[in-house]
Structures are given as C-alpha cells and as structure tokens.
Design a protein around this ligand. Sequence first.
Ligand code: ADP
Ligand code: MG
Length: 357
Amino acid sequence: MSEPILEVEGLVKHYPLTRGVVFRKQVGAVRAVDGVDFHLGRGETLGIVGESGCGKSTVAKTLVNLERPTAGSIRYKGEDITRLSGKALKSVRRNIQMVFQDPYTSLNPRMTVGDIIGEPYDIHPEVAPKGDRRRKVQDLLDVVGLNPEYINRYPHQFSGGQRQRIGIARGLALRPEIIVADEPVSALDVSVQAQVINLMDRLQSEFDLAYIFIAHDLSIVRHISDRVAVMYLGRIVETGRDAEIYDHPTHPYTQALLSAVPVPDPEAREHRERIILSGDVPSPTNIPSGCRFRTRCWKAQERCALEVPALAVPAWFEAAGGPAAHDSACHFAATVPIRRSAPGQVVPPEERPGGTV
Ligand SMILES: Nc1ncnc2c1ncn2[C@@H]1O[C@H](COP(=O)(O)OP(=O)(O)O)[C@@H](O)[C@H]1O
Ligand SMILES: [Mg+2]
C-alpha cells in the first residue's frame, strides 16, 4: 500500500440529546459515529457505504472540520488535525476538500458560477491572485467538462449533472490532495451518475487525488473504489479491498446489502440468495449491546448480545490464508451465502439464512 496521508483512529461524534428549554438537561446522546478507524493512501479511493443515518456524513464533516469530533484522532500526513488551529489548520483544510451530496441545494442560487467556483480563493488568495482568478475558474470549468463561457451564469441554468460538475470544480479550486465526496451522485438521475463518476475517475489521475467516496449503495462505489468500508449504526462492520468485499463478503450485513444489488446476468440472478433484513435500523440514541447488528441478524446468538465483535480478520480466514482475507466485525463471520462468482453452486439449506426468499 502507498503511504497513508489520512489516518483516522477511534473517531467518535456524539450529539447531546437535551430536554427542557430553560434548563437544558442532557438526557442522552445521538451516537452518530461511534468508534471508526480507517486510513487513506495517496491517490487512493476509499468507498464508505451504509444505509441512511449510519453516520457517513458525520464522518465526512469531521474530516473537513465542519464538525469537531467528540473523541479520536484524524492524522493528515502524521499530524492530528483535530488539535490544530489558526494558520496550521487553514493550510490543512486547503488540502482536504468536500463535494456535497445535493447539487440543487449546495450551490448558492444568487451567485454566478464563477463566484461559486472562485469563492475558496477568498480564503486562500495566495492560490489565485485577483487578476488571475477568472482564468483559473475558466480552466476549472473546462477541466470538469463545462463551457468556460458559462462563467457568468447562475446555478438554475444548469442540469443536475452540470451542477455537480460545478461543485466538483469548486472542490478542485485549491488543488487539494484529498476530496471527500459525500454521496456526490445520489441526487442525480441514474443515466447521469456514471458520467459524474467517470469524470471523478479521470480527475483523480489527472490531479493525483485521494478520494473518500461515500454512497448508500455498494454498486455505486464498486468501480471507483480501491477499498471499501461498510458502516452500520456508527461503526465500520467490514472493510477490505474491492474484490474481497464484493466477492467474499463475510459480514451478514454486507451480504444483505450485496444481495440487494441488481445483477445483470439472469442466470446469476436466478441462483442468488436474496436476504431480506427484518426490522428497522435501531436508533443511534439506543444502540443494542454487544454486536449492534444483532437485532436484525439471522445468525445472532447469545454471545452477540454480550460481546462487541472486533473489526479484524476472522481466525479461520487468516488460517486459510490467500489474498481474500480481510477485516470483519462478526463473531460468526463466514463467506456463505453469497455466491456471485460461482452461481451454479448450491448452498445446503441448513446454511441458508432465515430471511432468505
Ligand atoms: N447535528 C446533529 N444533531 C443531532 N443528531 C444528528 C446531527 N447530525 C446528524 N445527526 C444524527 O446522526 C446520525 C447519523 O447521521 P448522518 O451522519 O447524516 O448519516 P448518513 O450520512 O449516513 O445518512 C443520524 O441519526 C442523524 O439523525
Ligand atoms: Mg449523509
């Protein structure tokens, strides 16, 4: 692996839950992010995936300093950025930029595209002196595939995909090393999603960028990610290289997510288990003891309520060796029942999950 430029350790973000108007009394906490570790290599893409509400945006916001973590460290090139302030913080922030989910609401409707893309230069004038700005913004428009002559137009004059290109151009303005893209294509039509992902792919090599690419659907991050982290209720439950996660998922939650991904090949579709999870995601104010996924898991046993499973390579997987071994936070991690790579093979009924259709 390339040397990590970002190392996140024990990241926690709890929002206090208060009652009362005058004497605000803390009655609990929303445990939005509840102990997350990951790293990002130079020029690498880490996909972060999970259902709505599992804490993805909160992770993203702590990385770009829009939220202060409750605990944990975020090291950029070895330095903990949660402890920085002033000039040092400003220079780090320049290098870690965010692209937001919804291009319809994240662009100020009263600003021209030129002002939107050039706004980061107000904070960092050293990157683009006043006289140089217009040309720099036009270059950025060109780089993201928009006509540089559109510089004086307003956001409403663009389509959703074009607006997200504007958001990306703005993210590139300060020539960052890392872009945190929070569901950058979720608000776009399916037909446009691939174009924006392809653009981001191209920009990555052109500008030597590392991406944190967030999505709620595993199929979206598949093509762009080198590694994937699957989140559930504020934690990473499984993480590994792209092929390890997609072809050998061992956490029941990842298996359920993958079973919902559309498969184009009809034969593979026919032979695939479809896992329907029972119940809803528990509230982050009231997280189940032990394994937080156990209330929806068909494999859950007594141990799961008592012991928090560590995110680690399962012992049997380690013993078996091979390139597919990767971290999974499950006491009963196993590679069944997803058989994406061998659709003809039949899993014995006793190994089938209870929720199978
Ligand atoms: N400012 C906040 N105050 C209280 N709770 C919050 C705040 N921001 C997010 N949350 C809660 O934290 C949890 C995780 O939210 P979020 O990070 O937005 O998830 P995701 O991006 O995966 O959908 C949710 O339950 C959400 O309601
Ligand atoms: Mg979100």
